[in-house]
Design a protein around this ligand. Structure first.
Ligand code: FVH
Length: 293
């Protein structure tokens, strides 16, 4: 481990996520200073070698880099406003969840206090922190990212998405939407096969294999979306409408809630009505982009 991997870091906010961030930094040998509104939460980290600061000011002053991970932006400013002067000449990496607009405001706030700023989004839960397979999304200054990349790699794989500070939050929202849709689709399928006494444990490996096929569809459809042309040479929207009726029927007979497939069918029918019946499923992007049409 070279010296670049052992730079001092401050972590502000020691909820489930902030504690996991501080623990990962300690595991990789970073001198780590921590602060939390409720100081008791720092005890396990202090036992592992963290230094507990008495105030946010003291915490920020201890390191060139402060990582903040609190509940929301309101909590962030509650903590950082009184300590803002200490941020001058230092860097703030904000891993608090929020909107792209909040991130854009935050970079202005940091700039007004002479601080470098990166916005980030954590694409894992606390047990995944420190695993290099987990994505940590960042946006904002490339220079600030490059300066702290090796430290940020202690938390997971750091991906810089671009200089617009709102990008990490925007990707976060998009990816969480993907996660919720996927998990709800899996649960719907699990309920359906479960009605015939197939356990979730038996269904899930088959579902996961299917998801890997679905990733190929996404790879095929992405250039179609970019080009705005959706050749239906694999499966057309009309074919998908016929197929989803089988799902809706099978679920209805077994007493399973059909709100999700009905929603999907409605989007497919809208696409067909707009002239995309013989196009690929990717043509639904037109319906999503133009909901009023
Ligand atoms: N947990 C997760 O899996 C997700 C993964 C993706 C990213 N999120 C975001 O991370 C932020 C923190 O989430 P968390 O899971 O650590 O949340 P909590 O365990 O509830 O900890 C909240 C911390 O925020 C502090 N805090 C709340 N309000 C205030 C305030 N008004 N003033 C100062 N600090 C405040 C709280 O302090 P305390 O209650 O311990 O004193 C915790 O440190 C969040 O944006 C997720 O969306 C996590």
């Amino acid at each position: 481990m070279n010296a670049g991997h052992r730079r001092p870091v401050t972590v502000v906010g020691l909820g489930s996520m902030g504690s996991a961030l501080a623990a990962a930094l300690l595991d990789r040998g970073h001198p780590t200073t921590v602060w939390n509104r409720t100081p008791d939460k720092a005890r396990p980290l202090v036992d592992r070698g963290a230094r507990l600061a008495g105030t946010p000011q003291e915490a920020i002053a201890a390191s060139p880099l402060t990582i903040a991970c609190v509940l929301d932006y309101e909590a962030l400013y509650t903590v950082l406003d009184p300590a803002a002067a200490e941020l001058a000449g230092r860097t703030l990496v904000n891993l608090t969840s929020g909107s792209p607009e909040q991130a854009q405001e935050a970079v202005k706030w940091a700039d007004s206090h002479g601080a470098g700023y990166l916005d980030g989004a954590i694409m894992t839960t606390p047990p995944g922190v420190g695993d290099p397979a987990m994505m940590f999304l960042y946006s904002g200054s490339q220079e600030v990212f490059d300066a702290h990349r090796s430290t940020l790699a202690s938390l997971g794989d750091p991906l810089h998405l671009g200089t617009d500070p709102g990008l990490a939050s925007l990707y976060d929202a998009a990816l969480l939407g993907l996660m919720w849709s996927t998990m709800t689709g899996w649960l719907h399928g699990t309920a359906l096969v479960g009605a015939e006494r197939t356990s979730a444990t038996a269904f899930t490996p088959v579902a996961i294999r299917w998801l890997s096929t679905v990733t190929r569809f996404l790879t095929t459809y992405a250039p179609q979306v970019d080009a705005g042309r959706y050749p239906g040479d694999d499966a057309t929207v009309d074919v998908q409408i016929a197929a989803i009726d089988h799902l809706i029927h099978a679920a209805a007979v077994r007493g399973i809630d059909n709100a999700l497939p009905e929603l999907l069918k409605a989007a497919m029918e809208k696409a067909a009505a707009a002239g995309h019946g013989q196009d690929s499923y990717a043509s639904l992007i037109e319906v999503l982009r133009n909901p009023a049409d």
